[in-house]
Design a protein around this ligand. Sequence first.
Ligand code: S3P
Length: 453
Amino acid sequence: MSATAPHEPAPLKHKATRPLSTHASEPLSGTLRVPGDKSISHRALMFGGLAVGETRIEGLLLGEDVRATAAAMEQLGATVERGADVWRVWGRGVGGLREPDDVLDLGNSGTSARLLMGVLAGQPITAFMTGDASLRRRPMNRVIEPLSRMGARVVSRSGGRLPLALTGSAEPMPIRYTLPVASAQVKSAVLLAGLAAAGETQVIEAHPTRDHTELMLRAFGAEIAVEDMAEGRLIRLTGQPELTGRPVKVPADPSSAAFPVVAALLVPGSRLTVPGVGMNPHRTGLYATLREMGAEIAFENEREEAGEPVADLVVAASALTGIEVPPERAPAMIDEYPVLAMAAACARGRTVMRGVGELRVKESDRIAAVEAGLKACGVTVESGDDWLVIEGLGHPPKGGATVATHLDHRIAMSFLVLGLVSEDGVAVDDAGPIETSFPGFVGLMTAAGASFG
Ligand code: S3P
């Protein structure tokens, strides 16, 4: 176990770009273990920092996004001990964070920025936040607006963009807030601010989003009630709980598993096992969609680990057919549309994705990035504000293009997956961002049979 310096170096703002390509590959086989869930990893570090006592985290994602959260929590006064297999956090209690003496640099991570704004809104301190070029483009008004109602004061760049300064309130007000967009980050920010408020904070979501915040806060000792109403799902949090540190076991990330799973479906003759993948029903929309397209995916050893359902995924290469993805499924697969688009390009017939406007404000404009990349690879694509239609070829595209990734890890991994079945391969201009969510991607995929370089 090695404790490192209290503050890790801030992520570099201008990293050198790292071009990378893939080629038509041998069948993928064996067992491929993907890293820990990004959403759960962020929350384990943040809630551990707000709790009293020790939070022992097993299986934490060691990607750059999560490291940015860890460094920020240290700047706010939490103690973080980094181990090879286990990380430990000692928190300062709800309301006990300290004013950071420098800017919080959240790198590429929207989850770090938005959830920490919620944490900070209920602390009587001032913090400055920034991030990389991608994060500085992303909309923060969606959290600034409810947090201001709760008493936080925020000064940001135009359009609610980073960098920003946030002064939290010593006495934040509980609010009843109906989410204007289906966003677990906004829901979580309001609930985290509500931890410091006297009284009950309520969030209503018309379209249920991932509920890791609710599940984990409850496990740390908060009182949270959830009810289904005509307007949607009502979440009620009782303010000012005593949070107590606890062990957290992080399942493998279903959003990262999506890349080897789609690769194994597409590369003929593949059969791959991805063990211990989180199967929270608010995260598994991609797997339902792929099965509807004809994918052979089995969920084996279904079990519960530390309050989250998990299963081993066993995938075999399959002939896929295009479908219309139900729009109400979008929140349960929002990060997976780019890799679904790769499967759709190879499937027989048209795939229609509607209600996906949120893709325009992710790490990149993912509708535009997918459309440009697929067109360059020889696929017919049409799009609008909140929709994307892909004309599946019924076989892999020819490829041969270099695709712009726009600082977006999921765009990079999606097109590298497509290259594994494309006659002329596919290159991406920058594979560096993969480190934000899936460190070891190239090594693990290579060990399973994928051809890079
Ligand atoms: C996340 C929520 C989603 C998702 C992101 C992680 C979370 O974002 O895209 O990768 O951990 O709460 P939105 O809340 O913006 O939909």
